[in-house]
Design a protein around this ligand. Structure first.
Ligand code: ZN
Length: 881
C-alpha cells in the first residue's frame, strides 16, 4: 500500500534524471500466476543530472528475485528495496548494465495496471506509471530507451505473442510445450509506451503502403469468433493513416502496426508503440450490436491512438504535467479527422456539447485545474476533460489565431525540432511563435489558468453614425488555488448579420478588417466599432465556438430566432436555439420551484419548427437542433441551489410542449427519413436515424403522434442497434406498460454479448423514476454483473450516477450512499475506476441545501475511511476542499 496522502508533486520541482537508460532487453516468461521478468538495462549517468547520484528505480508490488551489476550478483548491502523503490546506493559512475529479475502474478492484478489478464489474455497497461509494476525502472517519460522484448509462453495458452516494434525472431522451445517471439522497437521511447500481449486471439489482417512506399502490415487481434466485427476499425485505421500523411505530413515508421482488443480496460485505448491496446468497446462493431455513436467513437479513437504515433510517441512528454502536450493536441487531430470524414458542422456541435457537459462542469467545480496542472498527488486523476478537451480547444484557438498556414508551419517546425525528444508546452508554443513571429506569452495563460473565461458582450447600432459598437468584457472566475486571474487572449470569431440574412462587411473604424472575421480580445475591456453599417445587424458571436468561453450578450430572443434561421455559421444557428432553450429552461425551473405557471416557449418552438421544415438542412443537424440541453447542462447554467427534480420537470414540460406543438412535422420527419436500404454506419445515414429517433422521443414524451406505437414498431422491426436501442430507451422512459416485455426481449437476444449487455444495464439505470435505485441495486446481483469488468461497472453504476440526475440526486441521499458504498467496495481492487466513479459527485456544491448536505456526508464518510487508495483519497480531498 502506498501512502494515501503523499506530498504533492510539483512542476517547479522538475529535475532531469540522474541516470539514463539507453537499452532495455526484456525476457518475459508468461505464466498465469508466476510470470518471470528478466530485465537488462543499459544505463549511464546523465551529464545533465547530479554527479555521483545513486540509481533510484521505481517499483510497485514487485517481488525481486535477483539483481546483478555488469554480470555480478549484487551483495545485499549494495542496494536497498522499499515497497516503491530499488536504490543502488553507490554505483560506479560510468556506463553499466543492470540485470533485474522480478516475479509477478498477472492473474491477481485487478488494478489493470502493469501486466494483467483479460479473459485469459495476457496484456499490459503502462501509462502513466504501470511499467514499475513489471520491473524496477526509472518510470518517468523523459527516460527514452530502445527496447527488445523476448516473450515466452505455453503455445496452447498463448499462440499469439506481440510486442512493440517489429518481430525479429520466433520459434519453438524444443522438447517443451513452450514457444517464443522476439520484438525489437528501433525508436527510443519512454517506458509508458511499452506493451506486450499473449493469448489465443483471432486476427484480421490488411496492408497499408505509406506515402514514401513503406509496406506496413496491419493486424487487429480480437477474442476468438469476433473477427467479423473488426472490419470497421480496420477501415478507420487505414483512413487515419492516409489522413495523417495528408493533413500533417506524418508517415508511419515501422513495418507492423497491431491493435489488440481486450474486454477489461480502465480507459478507452492506449497508444503503445506499434501495439495499440484497446477497450474492445472501441474496436468491435456490427450493425446488430453497435450504434451509430459506437461507430463514430471507434473511428475517432482508432484515429486518436494512431495519431499519437507522432504526437506522443515520436515526440513525447518531458513529465506528466505536460500531458496535454500529447493529449490535447491528439484530440484536436482526431476531431479534425472526424470532421473531414463526416459533417464538419455536426461534428463541431457534438464536440462542443461534450466540452460543455464535461469540461465546463469540471472547470466550475472543486476539481477544476489548468490544462497544464502545476501540482498533482495522483497522476491517474488528471486524464480529464480539461487536459483532453480543453487542451484540444487551446490548440484549435492557436490555429484560429495563426491561420491554417501559420499553424501548419508551427506543427512542421515542432516535428522537425523535437522528433525523438521529451518536450514541454513551452517547446510546443515556441515552435508556433518562431514559425509565425507571434508573441504567445499571454496566450500561454490558457495552459496555466483554470476556469472557463466569460465574455459579456453588448452590441449597439448607431443609425445616425451608421456604425455598430461591440463592448466586450472578459473575466475568469476564481478556481481552487487561483483566486485572481489575468486577462486571456480570446479569439472572438464573429459576423454582423444584416436584415436579409447576409453577412455585412466587417470594417473597423480605422478602415481595417479583422482577418478571418476574428477579433482578438486580450484586455479586460474592449470597444470595437464597425463603420458603414447602414442597417441594424444581429451579431453572430463566437462563431464555430472558436473560443471555449461562456458568453452573455444583449441579444434578444427575436435576435436569436433570427440567427437560428439566417446565420451562415451553422454552429451559431444551432447555438441560437440552445441559448433560447436554456433561457426558457432556467426560467421554467424557477417557476416549477416557486409553484408559478410556466412561461410559453412559443419562439423556441417556432425556431425548432423552422429547422424541421427546412429541406436544405442536414438531418443530423436538425436532430441536434431538436435536442434540448440536458438536465446537467441546465443545472450547470443555474449554478447554485439546484433542485434536480425541478430541472427535470421543466425540461420534460418543454419537451412535451415541443412534441405537442410539432406533432405533425415530427411524425412527418419520422416517416420521411426512414432508411432507404440496409444499415450503413456512414454519417449521412446515421444523421437520418438521429433525427428520426429524436422526433420519436419527443412524440412519445408528449403522448402525441402515436410516438409509443411507432417506437414499438421500430423496436420490433429494427435491423440495427441504433434504432433498437433508441426505441428501447423511448419505450423504457415513456411506455412503462411495455417496458418489462421489451427489456426481456432485448436481454434474450443479446445475453451472450457483453458489449450489448452493457447497454441493457445502462438503459435500466437511467430510467428517471423512484424505483430505479432499487433496480440498480438488484442488478448488481445479476449473474452477468461484475465489479471486475470496468465497462460493466460504468454501464450500470457510472451511467446511474452521471446519466440519471433525479434518481442519483434523490432527496433522501440514498443515491449518494449507494455510490459511496460502491466506491469503497471497489477501491481495494481497482482504485482508478473507483476514483473515476467518485468524480460523479464533483458538482455537489451547486445542489440545494438538503441534497448538498447528504452529498457532503457521503463524501465525508469516504474521506473518513481508513486505507483509501491515493486515487480515491485525492478526489475526495479535493472535492471537499
Ligand atoms: Zn490520447
Amino acid at each position: 500500500m502506498r501512502d494515501a496522502d503523499p506530498k504533492p508533486i510539483r512542476l517547479v520541482d522538475y529535475r532531469p534524471p540522474d541516470w539514463l537508460v539507453d537499452t532495455v532487453d526484456l525476457d518475459i516468461g508468461l505464466h498465469p500466476t508466476a510470470t518471470v521478468i528478466r530485465a537488462r538495462l543499459g544505463m549511464r549517468p546523465n551529464p545533465a543530472g547530479r554527479e555521483g547520484a545513486p540509481i533510484v528505480l521505481d517499483g510497485d508490488e514487485l517481488v525481486l528475485k535477483s539483481l546483478a551489476l555488469d554480470g555480478e550478483t549484487l551483495a545485499g548491502n549494495a542496494y536497498s528495496v522499499t515497497p516503491s523503490s530499488l536504490t543502488l546506493l553507490a554505483p560506479p559512475q560510468r556506463a553499466l548494465t543492470l540485470e533485474i529479475e522480478t516475479l509477478l502474478d498477472p492473474s491477481a492484478n485487478t488494478k489493470l495496471m502493469g501486466l494483467y489478464r483479460s479473459s485469459g489474455t495476457y496484456c499490459t497497461q503502462c501509462e502513466a506509471e504501470g511499467f514499475r509494476r513489471i520491473t524496477y525502472f526509472p518510470d518517468r517519460p523523459d527516460v527514452l530507451a530502445v527496447y527488445t522484448t523476448r516473450i515466452e509462453a505455453e503455445r496452447e495458452e498463448a499462440p499469439v505473442l506481440l510486442g512493440n516494434g517489429n518481430k525479429v525472431e520466433e520459434g519453438e522451445l524444443p522438447g517443451t510445450t513452450r514457444h517464443f517471439a522476439v520484438w525489437h522497437d528501433p525508436w527510443p521511447k519512454p517506458c509508458y509506451l511499452f506493451a506486450l500481449v499473449g493469448g489465443r486471439l483471432d486476427r484480421v489482417g490488411d496492408r497499408f503502403v505509406t506515402a514514401t512506399g513503406r509496406d506496413v502490415e496491419l493486424g487487429i487481434y480480437v477474442e476468438p469468433g469476433k473477427a467479423a466485427r473488426a472490419g470497421y476499425a480496420m477501415d478507420a485505421l487505414k483512413r487515419s493513416m492516409r489522413w495523417d500523411e495528408e493533413a500533417f505530413g506524418c508517415e508511419y515508421d515501422l513495418d507492423v502496426f497491431n491493435i489488440v482488443a481486450v474486454a477489461d480496460f480502465n480507459m478507452g485505448a492506449m497508444e503503445n508503440k506499434g501495439l495499440n491496446i484497446f477497450n474492445d468497446k472501441y474496436v468491435l462493431a456490427s450493425p446488430e450490436t453497435a450504434t451509430d455513436n459506437d461507430y463514430a467513437s471507434i473511428e475517432g479513437i482508432i484515429a486518436h491512438e494512431y495519431f499519437h504515433n507522432w504526437t506522443g510517441n515520436r515526440i513525447t512528454c518531458r513529465d506528466w504535467f505536460q500531458l496535454c502536450l500529447k493529449e490535447g493536441l491528439t484530440v484536436f487531430r482526431d476531431q479534425e479527422f472526424s470532421a473531414d470524414q463526416r459533417s464538419r458542422p455536426v461534428k463541431r456541435i457534438i464536440d462542443v456539447r461534450l466540452l460543455k457537459a464535461y469540461q465546463f462542469t469540471e472547470d466550475a467545480g472543486p476539481l477544476a485545474h489548468p490544462v497544464r496542472p502545476a501540482t498533482y498527488r495522483e497522476i491517474n486523476n488528471f486524464y480529464t476533460a480539461t487536459v483532453y478537451e480543453k487542451g484540444a480547444e487551446v490548440v484549435r484557438m492557436l490555429k484560429t489565431l495563426l491561420g491554417s498556414e501559420g499553424f501548419r508551419n508551427g506543427m512542421d517546425l515542432y516535428f522537425e525540432r523535437h522528433d525523438g525528444q521529451a518536450a514541454t508546452i513551452e517547446d510546443f508554443l515556441a515552435c508556433f511563435a518562431d514559425a509565425t513571429g507571434t508573441d504567445l506569452a499571454q496566450f500561454a495563460l490558457w495552459y496555466a489558468q483554470s476556469g472557463t473565461p466569460q465574455l459579456a458582450i453588448t452590441g449597439e447600432w448607431n443609425p445616425a453614425e451608421r456604425s455598430y459598437r461591440l463592448d466586450v468584457e472578459q473575466s475568469v472566475p476564481p478556481t481552487p488555488g487561483q483566486p485572481d486571474k489575468q486577462p486571456m487572449v480570446i479569439p472572438l470569431a464573429l459576423g454582423l448579420v444584416g436584415p436579409s440574412g447576409e453577412d455585412l462587411p466587417l470594417t473597423l473604424a480605422d478602415g481595417t478588417s479583422p482577418a478571418g472575421g476574428v477579433l482578438t480580445v486580450d484586455a479586460p475591456r474592449h470597444s470595437f466599432v464597425f463603420r458603414d453599417v447602414a442597417e441594424r445587424p444581429v451579431p453572430s458571436l463566437n462563431r464555430g465556438f472558436a473560443a471555449p468561453v461562456r458568453l452573455a450578450s444583449n441579444l434578444s430572443s427575436d435576435d436569436l430566432v433570427f440567427l437560428a434561421r439566417h446565420d451562415r455559421d451553422p454552429f451559431n444557428r444551432f447555438e441560437a436555439v440552445q441559448t433560447l432553450a436554456l433561457g426558457y429552461l432556467i426560467e421554467a425551473t424557477q417557476a416549477v420551484r416557486s409553484g408559478r405557471n410556466l412561461p410559453e416557449p412559443a419562439a423556441l418552438i417556432a425556431a425548432m419548427g423552422a429547422s424541421l421544415a427546412d429541406p436544405a438542412l442536414d438531418p443530423a443537424f436538425v436532430g441536434q437542433v431538436l435536442t434540448v440541453p440536458s438536465e446537467s447542462d441546465i443545472a450547470r447554467e443555474i449554478g447554485r441551489d439546484v433542485d434536480p427534480d425541478a430541472v427535470y420537470a421543466a425540461r420534460a414540460t418543454l419537451r412535451r410542449a415541443v412534441g405537442t406543438a410539432l406533432a405533425e412535422p415530427l411524425a412527418g420527419a419520422f416517416e420521411r427519413f426512414a432508411a432507404p436500404g440496409p444499415y450503413s454506419p456512414d454519417a449521412a445515414s446515421a444523421g437520418r436515424r438521429t433525427l428520426r429517433n429524436t422526433c420519436l422521443s419527443l412524440l412519445a414524451e408528449a403522448g402525441a403522434g402515436e410516438g409509443v406505437a411507432r417506437a414499438l414498431g421500430l423496436y420490433r422491426a429494427a435491423d440495427n442497434m441504433t434504432d433498437r436501442l433508441q426505441s428501447l430507451m423511448t419505450l423504457c422512459h415513456h411506455a412503462p406498460g411495455q417496458r418489462a416485455e421489451v427489456l426481456a426481449d432485448f436481454y434474450e437476444r443479446f445475453r451472450d454479448d457483453p458489449l450489448v449487455l452493457d447497454k441493457w444495464f445502462g438503459i435500466q439505470s437511467q430510467i428517471p423514476e423512484p424505483g430505479t435505485l432499487d433496480r440498480v441495486r438488484e442488478l448488481t446481483g445479476h449473474p452477468a454483473f461484475s465489479l471486475r469488468n470496468p465497462n460493466r461497472v460504468r454501464a450500470l453504476i457510472g451511467s446511474f450516477a452521471t446519466g440519471n440526475p433525479t434518481q442519483f440526486n434523490r432527496a433522501d441521499g440514498a443515491g449518494y450512499d449507494f455510490l459511496a458504498d460502491t466506491v469503497l467496495g471497489l477501491d481495494g481492487s481497482n482504485p482508478q475506476l473507483a476514483a473515476r466513479l467518485l468524480g460523479a459527485l464533483k458538482s455537489w456544491r451547486v445542489l440545494e441545501e438538503g441534497r448538498r448536505g447528504k452529498a457532503e456526508a457521503a463524501l465525508r464518510r469516504i474521506a473518513g475511511t481508513a486505507g483509501l487508495s491515493p486515487d480515491v483519497s485525492d478526489i475526495v480531498t479535493r472535492s471537499l476542499a
